[in-house]
Every structure is written in C-alpha cells, then in structure tokens.
Design a protein around this ligand. Structure first.
Ligand SMILES: [Zn+2]
Length: 473
C-alpha cells in the first residue's frame, strides 16, 4: 500500500514474529490502529484521507495471514478427487507449495497432488477448490481486478492504478497475461452459454408474448499487428500488411424495456450486447443466442435496424427471416443530403430549404413520396455528374424503400434509428481504438469478451465471488 508514512519516531510499528495465533496478530493490529489514530489527531496537516491510507496499511498483515490460513485449511480439507471427472486420485503426495498474490499480499499454500487414472493426468484438487487453476499465479480476487482493469484501460495505466488503489503490484506484462487468460476463459464460457441458449430454446414450448424484440447491428474497425515485423517482407511480395479488421457489434432489447428517465433521457432498462472480431458468422450466432436469452423466443415480433451496409441485411435475412427490417433514419437523411449537395453545391440556404421538407416528409409521411419527388428532379436534369449522383442516391433509396416505414414505426413507438448500437460502438472504441494502439487477434477478442460479460451483467458467472452487478450504461 502506498502510504504517507506517519512519523515512525512517534509511532513505532511492532514487528510480527512468524506463526502466531491470529488473535495475537489481530490484537497487534488493533494496537497499530490505535497508534495511527493518535498520530492522526496530533498531525494538524493531515485530513481523513491520510488516516484511511494508514489504516488500510495497518490491517494488511492481519488480512494476509487470515487469507493464508483460510487457503491452507481449505486445501487441507479438499477431498482427493479429480476436479474434472470426480474420480478418486491415486499416488497421492502432499506438501507441494504454491505461492501466489492475493488481494492482501503474497501467500504460500501446501497442496496435495494425485493421479487421475480416468483422465490420465496429475491433478491438484486444492487448486480447483481455491480458484487457482486458470491463472498465471493470482488469487480469484486479483484475477478479477486484472480482468476488469485491462478491459477498461490500457494495461500500463491499469498496472499503476491497481497498485495505487490496492497496493497490489502487478507489472504491466503480468497484468496483460492474466487479463488475457481471464478473457480466454470468458470466450469459452460465452461459447458454452450460447450453446445452452440455443438448446433451451429447442426444449421449450414457448408461448408468444406481446412484446417486440429490437435487434441492432453495426461495425467498427480495430488495428491489429498479427503480421507485425513482417511488413517489409509482405511489401516485397506486393502485399500490403493488413492492419484493420472489422469488429461486428450488435445489441438487442425488448421494446417494452425502453423508457425515459424523469429528466426525459431515453433509457433501455435491460439490454444485451455482442462484439466480436471473429467474423459475421460469429456475430450472427452470438447475437442470436443473446437475443434468445433476452426473450426472442417468446417475442411476438422482431425488428432489425441498421445502416445501409449490405452485410447487415444478409445477416438479418439469414438469421431472422421473419423480422421486420428498418434502415437507420439518419443514414437515409444523409443520402437525401447527398442529393441536395449535388443540386445546390455551396449554396447552404437553398440546400437547407430543399432538404428540410423532404426530411419531414420522410419522417412523418412516406418514403414513396420522397422517392417520387427525387424522380421528378432527375427527369429534368441534363445528363452529367449531378444527374449521376441523384440517380445513384435514388437507386439507394429505392433499394431500401421497404425499410423506410418511419411513420408506421413512430406510430408503433418503435425506434427509427440505430443510436443504441452506435453508442455501444463508440464506447468500445474508447478502449480498443486509442491512438497508436495495436492488438493481436487473440488479445482483442479475449478482452472484448470480458467487456461484453461486464456489459451483459454476467460478470458474476466469470467471477462467482463477486456479488457486484455493474450498473447499466
Ligand atoms: Zn479425472
């Protein structure tokens, strides 16, 4: 713990001999706290923050020893059974030490080891009982901290923040390694949960309920360096090292879970998230599983909203063929604006005067009328670049005509834009797309899996010791 040391001349801290009863350590801790209390009162330049830091330092050793004893007792009472198959272990031997970092400092635990004849593997049941199996050497609480911090901020920063707030020293490389390990665990748990969602859907006779499931899709790109160091060789072979990759992102929620705060801000009380770098098929299956968990199987109807990207509608046709489709309203407006710019160039006033009624018409009346007007405009234009642009945009709007039923959507209280998924993409880019940042394929997918567990309120499935439910964004 980083502390502002109190004057040790006035408050000498007694040194603890090894293996005392915990009650003795506790008594010494209480004495140290009393001393810190007195020093705090005597120091006119210290506020309560100084005492908080000192008190945490005073109790650290007591907590460390208590943790060490609890871990050892648990290890000693863990039955010699294979943690994977439950079979009794043979060729047992004891006293295999393992040292690891905990929330309160480093501890060492002696464990027994045995051979599982069924798995043909050596097993340490205590490691499974203590939650040490899938770690590079950290207790579950420290594993969680590494996972959470690394999914929220760059690891160099995370390492400093962790040490400052908790006193736990996790160098950047160790923190990175631990977070990735936890992320890979999140990925395999995600796969398991997705299979379960599909299986449960098949098992249940679902009765339809009068709510609508909203599914939104979008994508952003992430910079990777899997070919890092091979750029020159690739260029000699006339290949550009590909560094940018799509992260497909989706969100889903029940329409009746959308509301407004007292202040009028739109909120969605329960919402599922998906983000993956593993391609469209992965997105499709992950988002489908997420939508099932959020009630797609019982939804009376579904609505897919996205921008004009072709892949979105392919995924929708493929996975949710019954769902209604809607083009994000603001994307449609951008295409109208492109026509306006072609017609009026730099004349902002004419541009605005032309665009505004069309936008209103698109929102409150029908896309057919808007398309009809653009056709009239095109009919009197001479051949040339302006006519080319108008024609191109007109084709775009015709192609999406059935997805531009904004009046009906608004009347039904449905969203007409893909704002929620765009907000999710922006938030994820704040972490995963910082200037100068490169990822490896393995690393980004692992950390994104962690972030998605957090957002989906399933953090406790990864770290069962935590009862904390992250607040919804
Ligand atoms: Zn076994």
């Amino acid at each position: 713990m980083k502390t502002t040391p109190l004057d040790s001349e006035i408050c000498p801290l007694p040194q603890a001999p090894a293996r005392e009863p915990l009650a003795v350590v506790a008594a010494r801790t209480a004495h140290a706290l009393e001393g810190s209390h007195q020093c705090f009162l005597a120091a006119s330049d210290q506020n309560l923050g100084h005492f908080e830091v000192q008190a945490a330092a005073d109790v650290q050793e007591l907590l460390r020893q208590a943790t060490q004893r609890a871990a050892q007792a648990k290890a000693d009472t863990t039955p010699p059974l294979c943690p994977v198959c439950g079979h009794g272990l043979t060729r047992l031997s004891g006293e295999h030490p393992r040292s690891f970092e905990t929330r309160f400092g480093s501890i060492t635990v002696q464990r027994s080891r045995g051979y599982c004849k069924r798995c043909h593997k050596w097993r340490v049941p205590a490691d499974a009982a203590l939650g040490l199996e899938e770690t590079a050497g950290y207790s579950p609480a420290v594993q969680e901290m590494a996972a959470l911090l690394a999914s929220k901020m760059p690891v160099a920063e995370a390492s400093v923040v962790l040490e400052h707030l908790t006193g736990i020293k996790l160098p950047r490389a160790s923190l990175d390694r631990e977070a990735r390990r936890q992320g890979e665990r999140a990925q395999s748990l995600r796969t398991h949960l997705d299979k379960q969602a599909a299986y449960e859907k098949k098992q249940l006779e679902l009765t339809l309920e009068p709510y609508q499931m909203i599914i939104q899709l979008d994508a952003w790109n992430i910079r990777e360096r899997d070919d890092w160091g091979k750029s020159a060789a690739l260029r000699r072979a006339h290949q550009e090292p590909e560094r940018w990759h799509w992260v497909y992102t989706g969100t889903c929620f029940r329409l009746d879970h959308r509301g407004r705060t007292a202040g009028g801000r739109p909120v969605i009380s329960e919402r599922g998230f998906v983000a993956t770098r593993q391609g469209l098929e992965a997105l499709r299956e992950q988002l489908h599983a997420e939508a099932l968990r959020r009630g797609l199987g019982q939804a009376a109807s579904a609505l897919v909203i996205g921008d004009g990207a072709v892949w979105i509608w392919r995924v929708a046709d493929d996975r949710w063929p019954q769902a209604h489709q809607r083009l994000d309203f603001y994307h449609a407006v951008q295409h109208l604006a492109a026509v306006g710019r072609a017609l009026f160039g730099e004349d902002k006033e004419k541009f605005k005067a032309w665009l505004k009624p069309l936008v209103q018409q698109l929102k409150h009346q029908s896309a057919v009328k808007v398309i009809g007007q653009l056709q009239e405009v095109l009919a009197v234009l001479p051949n040339g670049p302006t006519a080319g642009t108008v024609s191109k945009e007109l084709n775009y709007l015709r192609e999406h005509q059935a997805r531009m039923d904004y009046r009906a959507g608004r009347r039904a209280g449905e969203p007409i834009g893909s704002g929620p998924v765009e907000a999710t993409c922006r938030q994820m880019q704040c972490r995963f797309k910082r200037p100068g940042q490169f990822w490896s394929h393995r690393g980004d997918e692992a950390l994104m899996s962690l972030e998605i567990f957090w957002r989906n309120n399933r953090w406790h499935l990864l770290f069962p010791h935590t009862a904390f439910n992250p607040a919804r964004n």
